[in-house]
Write a protein that binds this ligand. Structure first.
Ligand code: HEM
Length: 440
């Protein structure tokens, strides 16, 4: 059982010294993980104690009912302790939004909290999600121009083409096809290769590395190797593009802001785009198709829906599925109060984005998939400084892909019973392992 708010005392005495004593060990662990590049992206987590698993547990596509009960009772909850450090779980929408918007009280940079000196370059753990201003502001400013609607519009025809071509592959693989492999992973991978502007001759090897990176069947060691390989692949692609920059994201950054960023940092940003945008969009495509097939009225309606109706379905799928289950952990910079709870400096605050998007203070029947509900706020892309930089690209992919598959295969149906599907366990990005469908 999670601890209750009544247990929320400031961490003092023994607890503080235990937390302090564990710091160097945690720091070393983190550095080792980051050298292996935090595993295969956001997929599976290392060991998580049973009592801390609640925000990652689901039944089918739904969070387990205990999460909703916890949100109703305590939207900010002292959830547990690990190594003497308090761990808070925020499940309420307003409460999560407040934490995500507040960089003066909360930090994304784990290093000072685990005994690593952030001024030493060797202690870099990589990734925008683990950085604070001013470093975060600088890197994000370099990346943002590549995600404006004007830039993304240039990708739209390519996305339509990629989706159509992939539907040909699905058709050829029929009559029973796994949509995870043939549709959901294939599309975002090609879109990201296009976005980054990878040289044509490199795409095939990038595809092999990308698949290995998110192939969980090889265990964490396989994913670690692939992560290292993908970092060095992107570094050498960046070096080539420095010589002959093209119009993709890496090339444009080199042309427009090349003096402000070196190859190592730029390839790290590109790698962050891959880890941030691949698995998330793939999970949305697969789980979205599952929900649509279970709601055939909406699947059918997508065939000739207006752009507005397509948006409503996509937005509701983003809210309802909440595939990114937890935001990057936030660390309290000092002792503070969070909606009446006393949080100590160094405490970890976990934000259940899935829980927040289903908060019934946002609307009625939030556990129901209902695209006809009035426009509703959600946390699928987070909020504030670290809000998803690729949200509009993700929307563009989803708004293209769902109607296209509904038009191409109007009679598509699940080829197994829903109860026989297996879903990813204890994964930051929730997903279904396989989605076998019968095309007609
Ligand atoms: C449906 C698909 C997607 C979902 C649900 C999603 C969700 C999220 C969420 C919740 C965050 C914020 C995490 C936090 O504050 O702790 C985030 C950050 C991020 N996302 Fe996405 N994302 C998606 C697609 C993409 C795409 C397509 C890209 C790029 C091609 C991308 C790149 C990033 C990056 C670089 C960050 C880090 C931003 C920062 O820390 O400033 N994402 N995403």
């Amino acid at each position: 059982m999670p601890a209750t708010a009544r247990d929320a005392e400031p961490r003092t005495g023994a607890a503080r010294s235990l937390a302090g004593g564990m710091r160097p060990l945690l720091g070393r662990l983190l550095l080792r993980r980051s050298r292996q590049h935090l595993g295969g992206g956001l997929a599976t987590l290392p060991y998580i104690p049973r009592h801390l698993r609640l925000p990652l547990e689901r039944t089918g596509v739904d969070p387990v009912p205990q999460l909703g009960r916890l949100r109703a009772a305590e939207p900010v909850n002292l959830f547990g302790r690990m190594f003497g450090i308090n761990i808070w779980l925020v499940t309420g929408y307003a409460e999560a939004k407040a934490v995500l918007a507040d960089t003066s009280n909360y930090s994304n940079d784990v290093r000072p909290f685990v005994g690593l000196d952030p001024t030493i370059p060797e202690n870099d753990v990589g990734g925008l999600g683990f950085t604070d201003p001013p470093m975060h502001t600088r890197l994000r400013r370099i990346l943002t121009p590549e995600f404006t609607m004007r830039r993304l519009e240039r990708l739209r025809p390519r996305i339509v083409e990629i989706v159509d071509r992939q539907l040909d592959v699905v058709e050829a693989a029929g009559p029973v096809v796994d949509l995870v492999e043939n549709f959901a992973f294939a599309i975002p991978f090609q879109v990201i290769s296009e976005l980054l502007g990878l040289p044509d001759e490199d795409r095939e090897s990038f595809q092999r590395i990308g698949h290995a990176r998110f192939d969980l069947t090889k265990g964490s060691a396989g994913a670690f190797d692939a992560a290292t390989e993908s970092r060095s692949f992107l570094l050498s692609a960046t070096r080539k593009l420095r010589e002959h920059p093209n119009d993709g994201l890496i090339g444009r950054i080199i042309k427009d802001q090349g003096d402000e960023i070196d190859d190592l940092e730029l390839s790290g940003l590109a790698d962050g785009v891959l880890t941030g945008g691949f698995e998330t969009s793939a999970s949305m495509l697969a789980l979205g198709c599952l929900v649509l097939l279970q709601n055939p009225h909406y699947y059918e309606s997508l065939r000739d829906a207006s752009p507005r109706d397509v948006d409503a379905v996509v937005e509701e799928l983003l809210r309802y599925l909440g595939v990114v289950q937890l935001a990057f952990p936030r660390f309290a910079r000092h002792d503070l109060e969070l909606f009446g709870n006393k949080v100590s400096a160094g405490d970890v605050v976990l934000l259940s984005l899935t829980g927040a998007s289903r908060d019934d203070r946002l609307g009625s029947d939030m556990d129901t998939f209902d695209p006809s509900r009035p426009p509703t706020a959600h946390m699928a892309f987070g909020h504030g400084f670290h809000r998803c930089v690729g949200s509009e690209l993700a929307r563009m992919e989803l708004r293209t892909a769902y109607p296209a598959i509904a038009r191409r295969f109007p009679d598509m149906a699940l080829a197994v019973r829903p109860g026989d599907l297996s879903f990813r366990r204890l994964s930051l990005v929730y997903g279904v392992e396989e989605l076998p469908v019968r095309l007609r």
